[in-house]
Design a protein around this ligand. Structure first.
Ligand code: SAH
Length: 222
Protein backbone atom coordinates (compact mmCIF):
# COMPACT_ATOMS: atom_id res chain seq x y z
CA UNK A 1 0.00 0.00 0.00
CA UNK A 2 2.77 2.47 0.93
CA UNK A 3 6.49 2.60 0.21
CA UNK A 4 8.95 3.52 2.95
CA UNK A 5 9.28 6.93 1.28
CA UNK A 6 5.49 7.45 1.56
CA UNK A 7 5.67 6.58 5.25
CA UNK A 8 8.69 8.78 5.98
CA UNK A 9 7.09 11.67 4.07
CA UNK A 10 8.63 14.46 2.04
CA UNK A 11 8.35 18.28 2.12
CA UNK A 12 5.24 19.20 4.10
CA UNK A 13 4.89 15.61 5.33
CA UNK A 14 8.55 15.09 6.27
CA UNK A 15 10.17 14.36 9.63
CA UNK A 16 11.15 18.02 9.84
CA UNK A 17 7.48 19.03 9.60
CA UNK A 18 6.52 16.48 12.27
CA UNK A 19 9.25 17.86 14.51
CA UNK A 20 7.86 21.38 14.10
CA UNK A 21 4.41 20.10 15.10
CA UNK A 22 5.92 18.53 18.21
CA UNK A 23 7.71 21.79 19.08
CA UNK A 24 4.33 23.58 18.90
CA UNK A 25 2.74 20.91 21.12
CA UNK A 26 5.48 21.58 23.68
CA UNK A 27 4.78 25.33 23.48
CA UNK A 28 1.10 24.57 24.03
CA UNK A 29 1.92 22.78 27.29
CA UNK A 30 2.32 19.11 26.43
CA UNK A 31 5.03 17.69 28.70
CA UNK A 32 4.85 13.91 28.45
CA UNK A 33 7.98 12.93 26.48
CA UNK A 34 6.59 9.54 25.45
CA UNK A 35 3.51 11.22 23.96
CA UNK A 36 5.64 13.83 22.17
CA UNK A 37 8.08 11.31 20.72
CA UNK A 38 5.23 9.06 19.59
CA UNK A 39 3.56 11.94 17.78
CA UNK A 40 6.87 12.74 16.10
CA UNK A 41 6.92 9.29 14.46
CA UNK A 42 3.29 8.39 13.68
CA UNK A 43 2.73 9.48 10.03
CA UNK A 44 -0.40 11.63 10.44
CA UNK A 45 -0.29 12.47 6.71
CA UNK A 46 -1.32 8.88 5.91
CA UNK A 47 -4.47 9.15 8.06
CA UNK A 48 -6.06 12.11 6.24
CA UNK A 49 -7.38 12.28 2.66
CA UNK A 50 -4.51 12.32 0.18
CA UNK A 51 -5.53 15.78 -1.02
CA UNK A 52 -5.09 17.04 2.57
CA UNK A 53 -1.77 15.31 3.25
CA UNK A 54 0.29 18.50 3.05
CA UNK A 55 -1.94 20.04 5.76
CA UNK A 56 -1.73 17.03 8.08
CA UNK A 57 0.73 18.65 10.54
CA UNK A 58 -1.04 22.00 10.79
CA UNK A 59 -2.76 22.95 14.00
CA UNK A 60 -6.15 22.05 12.53
CA UNK A 61 -8.85 19.43 12.55
CA UNK A 62 -9.25 17.93 9.08
CA UNK A 63 -11.95 16.03 7.19
CA UNK A 64 -11.48 12.26 7.16
CA UNK A 65 -14.53 11.31 5.06
CA UNK A 66 -18.23 10.63 5.82
CA UNK A 67 -18.54 14.11 7.34
CA UNK A 68 -16.21 13.16 10.24
CA UNK A 69 -13.05 14.95 11.35
CA UNK A 70 -9.66 14.01 12.76
CA UNK A 71 -8.94 16.17 15.84
CA UNK A 72 -6.23 18.83 15.94
CA UNK A 73 -2.85 17.48 17.05
CA UNK A 74 -3.10 19.41 20.33
CA UNK A 75 -6.39 17.71 21.24
CA UNK A 76 -4.99 14.25 20.43
CA UNK A 77 -1.91 15.08 22.52
CA UNK A 78 -3.92 16.38 25.49
CA UNK A 79 -6.30 13.43 25.61
CA UNK A 80 -3.40 10.99 25.29
CA UNK A 81 -1.38 12.81 27.96
CA UNK A 82 -4.32 12.61 30.40
CA UNK A 83 -4.59 8.87 29.79
CA UNK A 84 -0.84 8.34 30.21
CA UNK A 85 -0.77 10.25 33.51
CA UNK A 86 -2.20 7.10 35.13
CA UNK A 87 0.11 4.24 36.13
CA UNK A 88 -0.54 0.87 34.51
CA UNK A 89 -2.20 2.04 31.29
CA UNK A 90 -2.25 -1.38 29.60
CA UNK A 91 -5.64 -1.77 27.93
CA UNK A 92 -7.42 1.13 26.30
CA UNK A 93 -10.86 1.34 24.69
CA UNK A 94 -11.38 4.04 22.07
CA UNK A 95 -14.88 4.93 20.87
CA UNK A 96 -14.76 6.44 17.36
CA UNK A 97 -11.88 4.93 15.35
CA UNK A 98 -12.42 7.42 12.51
CA UNK A 99 -9.17 7.68 10.56
CA UNK A 100 -7.34 5.53 13.10
CA UNK A 101 -4.81 8.25 14.00
CA UNK A 102 -5.64 8.44 17.71
CA UNK A 103 -5.60 4.64 17.95
CA UNK A 104 -2.23 4.56 16.17
CA UNK A 105 -0.74 7.02 18.68
CA UNK A 106 -2.12 5.00 21.60
CA UNK A 107 -0.86 1.73 20.15
CA UNK A 108 2.75 2.90 20.55
CA UNK A 109 2.18 3.73 24.23
CA UNK A 110 0.04 0.92 25.68
CA UNK A 111 -0.21 -2.87 25.36
CA UNK A 112 -3.55 -3.14 23.56
CA UNK A 113 -6.00 -0.75 21.96
CA UNK A 114 -9.63 -1.78 21.39
CA UNK A 115 -11.32 0.65 19.05
CA UNK A 116 -14.95 0.70 17.89
CA UNK A 117 -16.46 2.67 15.02
CA UNK A 118 -20.08 2.88 13.82
CA UNK A 119 -19.31 3.71 10.15
CA UNK A 120 -18.10 0.59 8.36
CA UNK A 121 -16.35 2.35 5.45
CA UNK A 122 -14.15 4.34 7.86
CA UNK A 123 -13.33 1.25 9.87
CA UNK A 124 -12.27 -0.70 6.76
CA UNK A 125 -9.89 2.10 5.74
CA UNK A 126 -8.34 2.44 9.17
CA UNK A 127 -7.83 -1.34 9.36
CA UNK A 128 -5.84 -1.17 6.12
CA UNK A 129 -3.71 1.60 7.56
CA UNK A 130 -2.96 -0.37 10.75
CA UNK A 131 -1.99 -3.39 8.68
CA UNK A 132 0.23 -1.44 6.28
CA UNK A 133 1.99 0.31 9.17
CA UNK A 134 2.36 -2.83 11.30
CA UNK A 135 0.25 -1.57 14.23
CA UNK A 136 -0.71 -5.08 15.30
CA UNK A 137 -1.95 -4.36 18.82
CA UNK A 138 -5.06 -2.47 17.67
CA UNK A 139 -8.25 -4.54 17.70
CA UNK A 140 -11.23 -3.01 15.95
CA UNK A 141 -14.95 -3.65 15.82
CA UNK A 142 -17.85 -2.31 13.77
CA UNK A 143 -20.22 -1.33 16.53
CA UNK A 144 -22.17 1.41 18.26
CA UNK A 145 -19.79 2.45 21.02
CA UNK A 146 -22.63 3.19 23.43
CA UNK A 147 -22.14 -0.45 24.42
CA UNK A 148 -18.37 -0.20 24.69
CA UNK A 149 -16.71 -3.55 24.01
CA UNK A 150 -17.79 -5.62 27.01
CA UNK A 151 -15.94 -8.90 26.36
CA UNK A 152 -12.50 -7.25 26.49
CA UNK A 153 -12.86 -4.99 29.53
CA UNK A 154 -12.33 -3.69 32.09
CA UNK A 155 -10.09 -1.03 30.56
CA UNK A 156 -7.45 1.06 32.30
CA UNK A 157 -8.37 3.89 29.96
CA UNK A 158 -11.37 4.81 27.83
CA UNK A 159 -11.13 7.57 25.27
CA UNK A 160 -14.24 8.81 23.48
CA UNK A 161 -13.61 10.88 20.34
CA UNK A 162 -17.20 11.95 19.55
CA UNK A 163 -19.39 14.03 21.86
CA UNK A 164 -22.40 12.47 23.63
CA UNK A 165 -24.88 14.64 25.58
CA UNK A 166 -23.87 12.62 28.65
CA UNK A 167 -21.43 9.77 29.27
CA UNK A 168 -23.10 6.36 28.71
CA UNK A 169 -23.20 4.32 31.96
CA UNK A 170 -22.14 1.23 30.01
CA UNK A 171 -18.76 2.87 29.34
CA UNK A 172 -18.28 3.79 33.00
CA UNK A 173 -19.08 0.16 33.95
CA UNK A 174 -16.22 -1.02 31.70
CA UNK A 175 -13.65 1.27 33.36
CA UNK A 176 -11.21 -0.52 35.71
CA UNK A 177 -10.65 0.67 39.27
CA UNK A 178 -7.86 3.32 39.10
CA UNK A 179 -8.75 3.84 35.45
CA UNK A 180 -9.55 7.07 33.65
CA UNK A 181 -12.12 7.98 31.01
CA UNK A 182 -11.71 11.04 28.76
CA UNK A 183 -14.74 12.27 26.81
CA UNK A 184 -16.04 15.50 25.24
CA UNK A 185 -19.53 16.02 26.66
CA UNK A 186 -22.24 18.34 25.41
CA UNK A 187 -24.73 19.18 22.74
CA UNK A 188 -23.57 19.97 19.20
CA UNK A 189 -25.32 23.31 19.18
CA UNK A 190 -24.04 24.35 22.58
CA UNK A 191 -20.53 24.01 23.92
CA UNK A 192 -18.84 20.77 24.80
CA UNK A 193 -16.50 20.26 27.73
CA UNK A 194 -13.58 17.86 27.81
CA UNK A 195 -14.55 15.68 30.76
CA UNK A 196 -12.27 13.37 32.75
CA UNK A 197 -13.66 10.66 35.03
CA UNK A 198 -11.41 8.79 37.49
CA UNK A 199 -12.69 5.55 38.96
CA UNK A 200 -11.51 4.67 42.46
CA UNK A 201 -12.65 2.08 45.00
CA UNK A 202 -14.97 4.73 46.41
CA UNK A 203 -16.62 5.61 43.09
CA UNK A 204 -16.36 8.01 40.15
CA UNK A 205 -14.75 11.46 40.35
CA UNK A 206 -15.40 13.90 37.53
CA UNK A 207 -13.29 16.86 36.40
CA UNK A 208 -14.23 19.38 33.72
CA UNK A 209 -11.46 20.82 31.53
CA UNK A 210 -11.55 22.98 28.37
CA UNK A 211 -14.30 23.78 25.92
CA UNK A 212 -13.86 21.60 22.81
CA UNK A 213 -15.61 20.85 19.52
CA UNK A 214 -16.12 17.25 18.40
CA UNK A 215 -18.50 15.58 15.94
CA UNK A 216 -21.63 14.12 17.57
CA UNK A 217 -21.77 10.72 19.25
CA UNK A 218 -24.53 8.96 17.30
CA UNK A 219 -26.32 5.68 17.88
CA UNK A 220 -26.67 2.77 15.47
CA UNK A 221 -24.29 1.39 12.85
CA UNK A 222 -23.97 2.26 9.18
N1 SAH B 1 -10.36 9.16 16.83
C1 SAH B 1 -10.64 9.56 15.48
C2 SAH B 1 -11.58 10.75 15.45
C3 SAH B 1 -12.73 10.43 14.61
S1 SAH B 1 -14.13 11.53 14.65
C4 SAH B 1 -9.37 9.82 14.69
O1 SAH B 1 -8.28 9.83 15.28
O2 SAH B 1 -9.45 9.99 13.47
C5 SAH B 1 -15.23 10.60 15.65
C6 SAH B 1 -15.65 9.26 15.14
O3 SAH B 1 -16.60 8.74 16.08
C7 SAH B 1 -16.37 9.27 13.78
O4 SAH B 1 -15.71 8.43 12.90
C8 SAH B 1 -17.78 8.76 14.11
O5 SAH B 1 -18.33 7.97 13.10
C9 SAH B 1 -17.53 7.96 15.38
N2 SAH B 1 -18.70 7.75 16.24
C10 SAH B 1 -19.67 8.63 16.59
N3 SAH B 1 -20.55 8.08 17.42
C11 SAH B 1 -20.15 6.78 17.62
C12 SAH B 1 -20.67 5.67 18.36
N4 SAH B 1 -21.78 5.75 19.09
N5 SAH B 1 -19.99 4.51 18.30
C13 SAH B 1 -18.86 4.38 17.57
N6 SAH B 1 -18.32 5.38 16.84
C14 SAH B 1 -18.96 6.57 16.86
Amino acid sequence: MWSSTDIAGIGMTSQRTRNRMVARLRDQGIENEAVLSTMSVVPRHLFVDEAMATRAYEDASLPLGEGQTISQPIIVARMTEILMSIEGMHRVLEVGTGSGYQAAVLSRLVDSVYSVERIRSLLLKSRERFKALGYNNIMTRHSDGSWGWPGQGPYNGILVTAAPASIPDTLLDQLAINGVLVCPVGKQSGHQVLTVVHRTVSGFHTEYLDAVKFVPFLSGKM
